[in-house]
Write a protein that binds this ligand. Structure first.
Ligand code: MOS
Length: 740
């Protein structure tokens, strides 16, 4: 494998920086009409009346679609599919309001300006009823979810009570994390066009196939009648893993108006109807012996859901697998609120769960007067302690060692507030990163064309991660072609099916399918050449043949070679084609698949102002084989940057009087800018996972954010002596906190 791992530049980079890359809202369409979504201003109740007269009077208005005139959908617009494809949508089938910012109308006009004007003039009168939006107040109503995302709701191993008694040092703490909203630069956007019974959607989605399936279910039409096209996506992060209400609403509007319709969510509409990371409250009880050996651990996680879906932030997943604690209880409970349903948001459960777990481990280390890294090594899990299975591969010890060495962890003095430079308090913190290595069935096609180039395709997505680039590398490598001769296509539900780009599974699922299809096409090309008496390689033993730079060539007599175009031309000029579907076998029964990492962080805290800076992060990851050093590093950088934001800035601020978010815009929803980010030193162990797939590749989209918030909170504790257990760690919490 020559090309695998190479830091190949993004093949779509030039298209993106020159504006040539076409996003969902940018496809030109004759007779295009523009839709604007109108959302509720109350958190719970019913629509009492609607006055659309002023809206209808705006020039160019084509449709004001409300529950009064929207087309009736099969099953009341509530198709039964499991998330991510199936969500409980708001499709104007009744007058109920379940949360603020819920879709209540769609206004369509000839221009975006007319539609926007008309949407503002629509008068909706509500009958409000008491809404439940306060997490603390509603917490007594918490209930157990039913196998959240297919995982066990609660777990128990050993005897927690016995473990508590064998431990001499205890930690008992509660950690909280706020509601956060995905805000990719490109908001959700859809363009819908009906051609008779056939619906085409240009949609910004993480899953073209699952989106097609979801919309087909909504309309009760065959999945083959819906085509979803999504060649470029301006970020997804989980919110675009589900097909939310606006997608089907756009298709409904297109049907009603008889015109293609475009619908782009306004930035404030990103805060409600398209998912969020829920609020979490996590209770930890830990017991350990004086030497650091964990004897008992209990993790009770509460998170909010909506009143219309049970969604669970699976915070305990990390706790179950990361350390060899013999006696453990974990529980998940959910608190229904009148808010939009939460959803997958980059490392859902692992981001929030690792903040609590890795903060608690730091608190335990402090209580034991033990080095935080030594405490992790003391309880290093040589096998998955919950599943009782060996790891498919785990090089976490190396991650710790290399990270500590590169960071200079040995320079850290143990006591909090012991490192200082003038009025700058210096803190060093660390945490473990982990994320499961997921994989699903995927298909691909490889076609060697008469001109000697190849078309390789899979119905996967590039959500900004580099799928185009790494799949081109995999295809080129397997074919024996140069990357320039490969055209890789994705983002179309008519292509061979691939899973949703979520759960960090695309690279691990799609690359083996691409590799297999390309290898088969390569074999066919070789067979064709060897069988052809006119070929310069005719008669050469198969073992002596390879494909290099698009030529079928003898390894031992390189002068005997035959280019793909000539081989195809002599055989009748038809393309060579191979398709492949690959799926996981029984390896998940035998092994536990996870990626791991170690994150080391330095923070500078102004002793008088409490301001926190993160001058450097050193992180080392075991993510299996790295397909492209450059795009992989970019993924991990993005994850770490988000981790810095989650640690220090990010929070959707809820006005509990109205159930509305007060910072529903990019000015007040704080995320890091370049000036907030210091040096990011990222290292890969780059060791193929022997069991996950033919390439040894695990996904890398999500692990980067995990561990970072805890490492920063731990570093802030080390700098200041103040333990902040509530994200984000802001200066008021540092200055107002007590030293522990
Ligand atoms: Mo990821 S949160 O599964 O898109």
């Amino acid at each position: 494998m020559n090309l695998i791992g190479q830091p190949v530049d993004r093949i779509d980079g030039l298209l993106k920086v020159t504006g040539e890359a076409r996003y969902a809202a940018e496809f030109p369409e004759a007779r295009l009409a523009h839709a604007v979504l109108v959302t509720s201003t109350i958190a719970r109740g019913t629509i009492a009346s609607i006055d659309a007269s002023s809206a209808q009077a705006v020039p160019g208005v084509l449709l004001v679609m409300t529950y009064q005139n929207a087309p009736r959908l099969p099953n009341g617009g509530r198709p039964t599919l499991a998330p991510p494809a199936g969500r409980r949508l708001s499709l104007l089938q009744d007058n109920e309001v379940h949360y603020s910012n819920e879709p209540v109308a769609v206004v369509v006009a000839d221009t975006l300006e007319h539609a926007t004007d008309a949407a503002r003039q629509l008068r909706v009168v509500y009958q409000s009823s008491a809404a439940s939006v306060d997490f603390a107040q509603a917490k007594p109503n918490a209930h157990a979810p039913d196998r959240p995302q297919g995982r066990q709701t609660d777990t128990q191993r050993g005897s927690f009570e016995d473990g508590m008694q064998s431990g001499t040092v205890h930690v008992n703490a509660t950690y909280t994390t706020p509601i956060e909203h995905h805000n990719p630069m490109e908001p959700h956007a859809t363009m819908a066009r009906w051609d008779g019974p056939h619906l085409t959607l240009y949609d910004s989605t993480q899953g073209v196939s699952s989106a097609a399936q979801a919309v087909a279910k909504v309309f009760g039409i065959p999945p083959g009648d819906v085509r979803v096209i999504s060649p470029f996506i301006g970020g997804g992060f989980g919110c675009k893993g589900s097909s939310w209400s606006h997608v089907s609403l756009c298709a409904m509007a297109a049907k009603q108006t008889g015109r293609p319709v475009r619908l782009v969510l306004e930035r404030p509409q990103m805060f409600g109807p398209v998912g969020a990371r829920p609020r979490t409250e996590q209770h930890f009880t830990i017991a350990a012996r004086q030497d650091g050996t964990l004897t008992a651990m209990r993790h009770d996680s509460f998170s909010n859901t909506s009143t219309i879906e049970d969604w669970t932030e699976t915070c305990c997943m990390v706790t179950r697998m990361l350390y060899t604690v013999p006696n453990q209880v974990t529980t998940h409970r959910i608190v229904p609120l009148n808010l939009g349903t939460p959803t997958f948001m980059r490392a859902p459960g692992e981001t929030t769960g690792s903040f609590a777990l890795e903060s608690a481990m730091d608190e335990l280390a402090a209580a034991l007067k033990m080095d935080p890294l030594a405490l992790r090594l003391k309880n290093y899990a040589e096998a998955d302690p919950q599943e009782n299975k060996p790891w498919s591969g785990k090089s976490l010890r190396e991650c710790y060692q290399i990270g500590a060495q590169k960071f200079g962890w040995s320079r850290r003095t143990a006591a909090p507030r012991s490192m200082r430079d003038g009025r700058t308090l210096i803190g060093m913190g660390m945490a473990t990163a982990t994320y499961p290595a997921n994989r699903s069935e995927a298909s691909a096609i490889a076609r060697i064309l008469p001109d000697g180039t190849a078309m390789v395709a899979s119905g996967t997505q590039d959500i900004g991660t580099g799928t185009y680039t790494v799949m081109t590398q995999v295809a080129a490598d397997a074919l024996g072609f140069t990357p320039e001769k490969i055209h890789f296509a994705l983002g179309d539900s008519t292509l061979p099916r691939a899973p949703v780009s979520g759960g960090s599974q695309s690279a691990a699922s799609v690359s083996p399918a691409v590799r297999e299809a390309a290898s088969q096409a390569r074999s066919q090309l070789i067979a064709l050449a060897l069988a052809d008496p006119a070929s310069p390689v005719h008669g050469i033993a198969r073992d002596d043949i390879t494909v290099d730079n698009g030529w079928v060539v003898s390894r031992t007599q390189p002068a005997r070679r035959d280019p793909a175009a000539a081989i195809i031309a002599r055989s009748g000029g038809r393309p060579i084609e191979a398709t492949s579907t690959v799926k996981p076998g029984d390896e998940k029964q035998k092994y536990s698949f996870h990626s791991f990492g170690a994150v080391f962080v330095e923070v500078h805290v102004d002793a008088e102002l409490g301001t926190i800076r993160v001058p450097r992060v050193v992180a080392v990851y075991d993510v299996g084989r790295v397909l492209n050093q450059k795009t992989a590093r970019s993924q991990l950088m993005g994850g770490i940057v988000w981790g810095v934001g989650a640690a220090l800035q990010e929070e959707s601020s809820l006005d509990t009087r109205y159930g509305r978010f007060t910072n529903a815009n990019l000015a007040e929803y704080h995320v890091p800018v370049n000036a907030d980010i210091g040096s990011l030193d990222i290292t890969f162990i780059d060791r193929p996972d022997p069991y996950i797939n033919s390439l040894g590749v695990r996904g890398i989209g999500e692990i980067g954010i995990t561990g970072v918030p805890a490492a920063i909170a731990n570093a802030v504790y080390h700098a200041t002596g103040v333990r902040v257990r509530d994200l984000p760690v802001t200066l008021d919490k540092v200055m107002g906190g007590t030293m522990v």
